[in-house]
Design a protein around this ligand. Structure first.
Ligand SMILES: C[S@@+](CC[C@H](N)C(=O)[O-])C[C@H]1O[C@@H](n2cnc3c(N)ncnc32)[C@H](O)[C@@H]1O
Length: 231
């Protein structure tokens, strides 16, 4: 197993992992599962969307995906999920990650079976489609106008600046549908400025996990109003 990554408990009892090279955790130490639910699933209103299309930067251990699929299944919604991951964790680490989520065991088993495909994989279930691309997000072309929600979840801009680059955030803006919501745990000033420069409307949201704020960015709805014709 990769000695630089190890599984550890977070404060809400759910597991996360620590990455020795980045010196950071994959999720909030205040609660991995709570962060997945509150910041990403609910923060992007994906828990209410009838047919969510989620684009994720940083698939990590797949916790955000599992939480999103569990919620979609509980309300009979069909989920499409497209994730990018530059540096997939070793399979034994993923196998040891006890997420404890019920109702998603079939997807988790299929994901483990597909994990060692060199370039990524697609899982097609009856009520979900998951595509994981093992690529650096700086080198991909996102699908235009595809996402109802964006989970922007790399390591922090301080230790992992590449996926936060202004060009990546511009690409995410084009990948978003009008009205789509992006969530991220980072409130760094440069991230807020670059999201706004890309076209998003950016707001800081008060956090509940260790009182940390997080960011929500909205792609404005297309303006459909027409100027009145001259009298
Ligand atoms: C905070 S963890 C993500 C946790 C994950 N969302 C989950 O639910 O378990 C950050 C992830 O971003 C990935 N990452 C970092 N830089 C990247 C890049 N340039 N392109 C794609 N993924 C990247 C890291 O390898 C790591 O797995």
């Amino acid at each position: 197993m990769n000695p630089t990554v190890r599984i550890e408990p977070s404060a809400d009892g759910s597991l996360t992992a620590y990455h020795g090279l980045y010196n950071e955790y994959f999720h909030s130490k205040h609660g991995a599962l709570s962060q997945a639910r509150q910041v990403y699933l609910e923060g992007t209103e994906t828990h209410r969307h009838p047919e969510p299309h989620v684009l994720e930067v940083g698939f990590g251990l797949g916790l955000n995906f599992l939480v999103t699929l569990q919620n979609a299944r509980q309300r009979g919604a069909v989920l499409s999920y497209l994730a990018y991951e530059k540096d997939p964790v070793p399979l034994p680490l993923l196998e040891a990650f006890q997420h404890g989520l019920s109702g998603v065991e079939d997807a988790w088993e299929a994901l483990l079976a597909a994990w060692e495909s060199p370039e990524g994989f697609v899982l097609q279930g009856v009520d979900f489609r998951l595509e994981v691309c093992f690529r650096d997000v700086r080198q991909v072309r996102f699908p235009e106008g595809w996402a109802s929600a964006i989970y922007l979840d790399p390591f922090s801009p301080r230790t992992n600046p590449e996926p936060w680059a202004a060009e990546v955030l511009q690409g995410l803006f084009h990948a978003a549908r009008p009205g789509a919501l992006l969530a991220t745990y980072s409130v760094a000033g440069q991230v807020r400025r670059d999201l706004a420069a890309a076209g998003f409307t950016v707001t800081k949201v008060p956090g509940v996990l260790g009182k940390r704020e997080w960011l929500r960015a909205t792609k404005p709805e297309a303006c459909t109003a027409r100027e009145a014709p001259p009298e």
